[in-house]
Design a protein around this ligand. Structure first.
Ligand SMILES: Cc1cc2nc3c(=O)[nH]c(=O)nc-3n(C[C@H](O)[C@H](O)[C@H](O)COP(=O)(O)O)c2cc1C
Length: 344
């Protein structure tokens, strides 16, 4: 496929550890991956600017190699407050069982302005953005501040917009991916499997570097997307069970539990399509969850926290990509080496 030469910023080993909001991508995980020759990422989503900065400083203590931080672009989708209230009422019984009240919706901007300002002052080597694309002025400003800017895209139209805004690279996320689909809107439309999406995106962005994401859990799968012209594979689920990962014990165990056999897309936990292991909460509530992000995220937050603390995998968001069976409980450096085996 029509890929250009590998950019000078490409990691020595073509494996990017996905940013994973909610606690999985710790400074320890990002640093271990970067130390192993891949590219580690921190997730700033759901964190304050102060927590994000503390994570960056901690990662800098652990490695002098390049790493990245990922931001959630604020949503401009309209939200039906009555539908959120009805869903919250529906979840009352879950709360009763777990001994907590469902939460209430909070600000929708994820502290974007404060985090962007903080990163413009002192960015790590890479800044990636999900759920939308910053304007060309901000992309230019991040680049001038010294960061390589990556935008996650899930359709050819999103790729065209991100390329037009001046992104250095695109993270092309196929529908096999674990957790949220990083689409610019919350319509749920237009999702494509990774290989078809890579081809469609390549068509509209020419030689712009592409990082492939979604369901990549083995060296063969990584080699396959590199052969399709990607400069690297971005893997999330593959790192969830690492000792360096901050995923909850319940989440780590579920990924290896034979009781969980498949994944599905759901809005039940956050109001945005996201892929997770099929558990009771997902089955019972998916048909009723409104397209309301991050409102539903805040409504379910106390339930998810209580369920995780009580060791109940059936009321937690067990984010997982389609290749979850390949995720191993092994140090991150070993996972990087295993994913890249044969690609050097
Ligand atoms: C637990 C979890 C949390 C995630 N959080 C984020 C995030 O904060 N930002 C982001 O850009 N992508 C996030 N992703 C998606 C990844 O960037 C990537 O697209 C996905 O992990 C690739 O699919 P895989 O999980 O099958 O490897 C997350 C993925 C997982 C599994």
């Amino acid at each position: 496929m029509n890929a250009g030469p590998a950019p000078e910023w490409a990691p020595a080993i073509p494996v990017v550890q996905a940013p994973m909001a909610g606690g999985a991508s710790t400074p320890e995980l990002a640093a271990a991956v970067s130390e192993a020759g891949g590219l580690g990422f921190l997730a700033a989503g759901y964190r304050t600017a102060g927590r994000m900065r503390a994570d960056i400083e901690r990662t800098r203590e652990l490695t002098s190699r390049p790493f990245g931080v990922n931001l959630f672009m604020p949503s401009s989708d309209a939200v039906d407050d009555a539908a959120v209230a009805a869903y919250r009422a529906r979840l009352g019984a879950e709360g009763g069982r777990l001994g907590v009240e469902p939460g209430t919706p909070q600000a929708r901007d994820d502290g974007w302005d404060a985090k962007a300002a903080d990163l413009l002052a002192d960015p790590p080597a890479f800044v990636s953005v999900t759920f939308g694309c910053p304007g060309a002025g901000l992309v230019r400003a991040f680049r001038r501040a010294g960061a390589v800017v990556i935008v996650t895209v899930t359709t050819a139209d999103e790729a065209r917009e991100a390329a037009g805004a001046g992104a250095d690279a695109l993270c092309v996320q196929g529908m096999e991916a674990g957790a949220h689909r990083g689409s610019f809107t919350n319509t749920g439309e237009g999702a494509l499997p990774l290989r078809a999406l890579l081809a469609a995106v390549r068509e509209v962005v020419g030689g712009l570097p592409l990082i492939a994401a979604g369901g990549l859990g083995t060296a063969a799968q990584v080699a396959d997307v590199l052969a399709l012209g990607a400069v690297a594979a971005q893997c999330g689920t593959a790192f969830l069970r690492c000792p360096e990962s901050g995923a909850s014990a319940v989440h780590k165990e579920a990924l290896a539990d034979p009781r969980f056999t498949e994944t599905a897309m759901t809005r039940a936990f956050s109001g945005r399509p996201a892929r997770g292991l099929v558990n009771r909460f997902l089955v019972e509530h998916s048909p009723h969850a409104p397209a309301a992000y991050p409102d539903v995220h805040y409504v379910t937050s106390p339930l998810r926290k209580a369920a995780a603390a009580q060791g109940d995998p059936d009321a937690v968001n067990l984010w997982a990509g389609e290749a979850f069976r390949s995720a191993a409980d092994a140090p991150a450096a070993e996972i990087v080496a295993a994913l890249a085996a044969g690609t050097a």
